[in-house]
Design a protein around this ligand. Structure first.
Ligand code: TYD
Length: 217
């Protein structure tokens, strides 16, 4: 019996972390078996890799190195945390996954979506999410939200120029075409309650579908 693997994507300041936390709390309260995790990180080895990738002092980091480090962190997180949870039948809510690499490194850094997909295929061995929810927002609005949000650490990618963040968004839009069956869009410029209720409805639909598949097996 396999669980449900749902990933959340979007540019900086889209509000996905807040939404995921709230969603998980509600689902757990209603008795669902849910785990929340994030990339890069989620387990000890990958959190260590995260420190290297996101350290604002690492300005010398080459784009391919960055891409390989994200893929390495992803691999370890997947085998150590995500796969065991899915095998147990849990619902895994993951803050960022492969599409972040395709949008940030593949498109915005200019390495090419196909090239970054290739190294990620090696890392994940076909374990794609069942569904990806993409929070779409104008980068300028998103970055402003981060500025206003006290306590959020500023990382190396936040320090990129605004043009980079516009490219990230364009990258995500390209992914919407390539993976139209898997990725669903939520307009994250709306107020947080609306974004939350839309997200909740999508996840509820997925859980319901999964339950009926399980019943019929
Ligand atoms: P984080 O502080 O988790 O940002 P956020 O709250 O926006 O998710 O930092 C993760 C950063 O790493 C973020 O700028 C996006 C970037 N990233 C990539 O460039 N490629 C990737 O594969 C992943 C997972 C993240």
């Amino acid at each position: 019996m396999r669980g449900l693997f749902i990933t959340f994507e979007g540019p900086e300041g889209a509000g996905k972390t807040t939404i995921i936390q709230k969603l998980a709390e509600e689902m757990i309260q209603s008795g669902a078996d849910v785990i929340v995790t994030r990339e890069p990180g989620g387990i000890h080895i990958s959190e260590q890799i995260r420190q290297v990738i996101l350290n604002p002092k690492n300005t010398a980091m080459d784009a391919r190195t960055e891409s390989l480090l994200y893929a390495a962190a992803r691999r370890q997180h997947l085998v150590e945390k995500v796969v065991p949870a899915l095998n147990k039948g849990s619902i895994v809510l993951c803050d960022r996954f492969i599409d972040s690499s395709l949008a940030y490194q593949g498109y915005a850094r200019g390495l090419g979506i196909d090239e970054v997909l290739a190294i990620n295929r090696f890392a994940i061995q076909d374990l794609m999410p069942d569904q990806t929810i993409y929070f779409d927002i104008d980068p300028e609005v998103g970055l402003k939200r981060i500025e206003e949000h006290q306590g959020r650490e500023v990382n190396r990618l936040d320090l990129e120029k605004i043009e980079f963040h516009y490219k990230v968004r364009k990258g995500y839009h390209a992914l919407l075409d390539i993976f139209s069956d898997r990725i669903v869009v939520v307009d994250a410029s709306q107020n947080i309650e609306t974004v939350y209720s839309k997200t909740k409805a999508i996840v509820a639909g997925l859980v319901k579908r999964q339950d009926s598949v399980k019943k019929n097996n």
